[in-house]
Design a protein around this ligand. Structure first.
Ligand SMILES: [Zn+2]
Ligand SMILES: [Zn+2]
Length: 479
């Protein structure tokens, strides 16, 4: 079953046609009032300093990504902890984690599996493998499910109706007025509708139309999460060969080290993700960057191997958060894990060689934050819809033009895409239009409250106009 396009109506109104609407709706009986007054004032409001300042946070969050902002906040906490007295969270985490491990090893389950063996202690598998695997898997599942809830209404609208009836007839539900429950469900419904309008591509992921495909996605992601545990184990064993454990992990690293390390790891990750990914997207029979450095027969083989490994992930042109790690095990290891895990090991090795482990060594807290941030970024890049704090347009454009001459956006940080000219432009234009639409809507509401003139129906629904740019759609047959 192929992924379907949403077949939404082409935009019947654009900014200028909405602006020139002279027919008011029944609200306030404002047929005689010129709606252009609000339009003109809204334009002035958009130029006001305070209005622009209020739009700034969401603009910054969408541009930098929510994960980068979380990293900045953590950095702020670290600076505070280092200079103005420890908050104690990190030390408490270490001692509590040790306590949980001790309690777990005392269970029958752990004894039967020999997980209580003292031979395991020198390898610190608890903090090196268990904590990392569990926390990254939980991050993946939580974000994927949060993003999936918007698909629920489209996917199974009758389910929502059933939940409402169940809630009303439940013991607790009978104590709550029906009107309150209706209101709660309406909030969900209208929120969902809003998210559906914010979808960047005009198509649905195969898994939202086909439950067998969804089951396959879930099975594949579960297998990859499980396989990741083994790769985490290998990374941890590599780190144990270095001076990683020689410094006191309970003491947080110096404030200036994590940002520099994370930037370095981001660049290393971009390099080791960009090139195999770009080669995987080179159309069969075409010459890619790998043909410039390898003999033809080897380059062709490498291209075929990487293309085949990456094919599963691109089974659907549309994106779905839960399908972020819907890919072959080879891709999971080579594309999703290796580039992210290489940085921390490499910087630790360099620190050892230069005798600066105490200063530049990879710290456990930075490693945790980095791996969680990488997982969250991967899922957030596949949500498929814009919000005021997340814009996955870059990766949507990558999926839309996946295997063709117009394939773009192969990197994570965008460094190599910019240097080698493979950065797409459609997602930037789309984000700009989206932002303009929302700013105009906000300004119109302020204008209306200042003038006392009610907004027309068109003015109220500015952000509900379809945003899909029809030139965006790749009309080639899928696969
Ligand atoms: Zn790809
Ligand atoms: Zn993807």
């Amino acid at each position: 079953m192929s992924a379907t396009t949403r077949n939404r109506k082409p935009p019947s109104t654009n900014h200028s046609s909405a602006a020139s609407a002279h027919t008011s709706d029944s609200d306030g009986g404002a047929a005689s009032i010129d709606p252009q007054v609000n339009e003109r004032l809204a334009k002035e409001i958009q130029r006001e300093f305070w209005f622009r300042l209020r739009q700034l946070p969401s603009k910054i969050t969408r541009t930098t990504g929510p994960v980068a902002l979380c990293l900045l906040s953590l950095w702020a906490v670290l600076i505070y902890t280092n200079h103005y007295g420890p908050l104690g969270y990190w030390a408490a985490f270490i001692s509590r984690s040790t306590d949980y491990r001790r309690r777990f090893t005392e269970t029958n389950f752990a004894r039967k599996l020999y997980l209580d063996s003292p031979a395991l202690n020198p390898y610190s598998l608890w903090r090196g493998v268990v904590v990392i695997s569990v926390s990254t898997s939980c991050t993946y599942i939580c974000i994927a499910l949060l993003a999936l809830r918007h698909e629920l209404f489209h996917w199974k609208p009758e389910l929502l109706e059933k939940y409402l009836v169940d809630a009303k007839t439940s013991f607790l539900g009978r104590l709550v007025p029906d009107s309150w429950l209706n209101h709660l469900f309406n909030i969900y419904e209208s929120k969902h509708a809003k998210r559906t309008r914010d979808r960047i591509q005009d198509r649905d992921h195969r898994a939202t139309d086909d439950q067998h495909e969804l089951a396959q996605v879930v099975r594949c992601v579960a297998r990859n999460l499980f396989a990741s545990t083994f790769v985490v184990f290998v990374m941890w064993m590599a780190l144990l060969q270095t001076g990683f454990e020689s410094h006191d992990i309970v003491k947080p690293p110096r404030s200036f080290v994590p940002p520099v390390q994370i930037l370095t790891w981001h660049l290393i990750g971009d390099t080791f993700y960009y090139f195999p990914h770009c080669i995987a997207h080179t159309p069969r029979g075409s010459k890619g960057i790998h043909h410039k450095v390898l003999p033809n027969f080897l380059a062709d083989r490498l291209g075929n191997f990487l293309r085949n490994a990456h094919k599963t992930h691109h089974r659907s042109k549309a994106n779905l958060a839960i399908a972020a790690w819907y890919c072959s095990v080879t891709e999971q290891v080579l594309f999703n894990l290796f580039p992210v895990m290489l940085g921390p090991v490499l910087t630790q090795v360099i620190a050892d060689k230069t005798g600066t482990t105490k200063i530049w060594g990879t710290h456990l807290i930075t490693l945790y934050v980095w791996l969680l941030a990488g997982t969250a970024t991967s899922v957030l890049a596949h949500t498929g819809f814009r919000t005021s704090w997340n814009d996955p347009g870059k990766h949507d454009e990558h999926h839309e033009y996946a295997f063709g001459q117009h394939a773009v956006n192969f990197g994570t940080a965008g460094f190599w895409d910019t240097v080698l000219g493979t950065k797409g432009t459609k997602f930037i234009e789309g984000a700009k239009k989206w932002q303009q639409q929302r700013e105009r809507q906000a300004a119109l509401h302020i204008a209306s409250s200042r003038t006392g003139i009610p907004l027309t129906r068109e003015q109220k629904l500015v952000v509900e106009q379809p945003m899909v740019d029809y030139e965006w759609i790749d009309t080639r047959v899928e696969d």
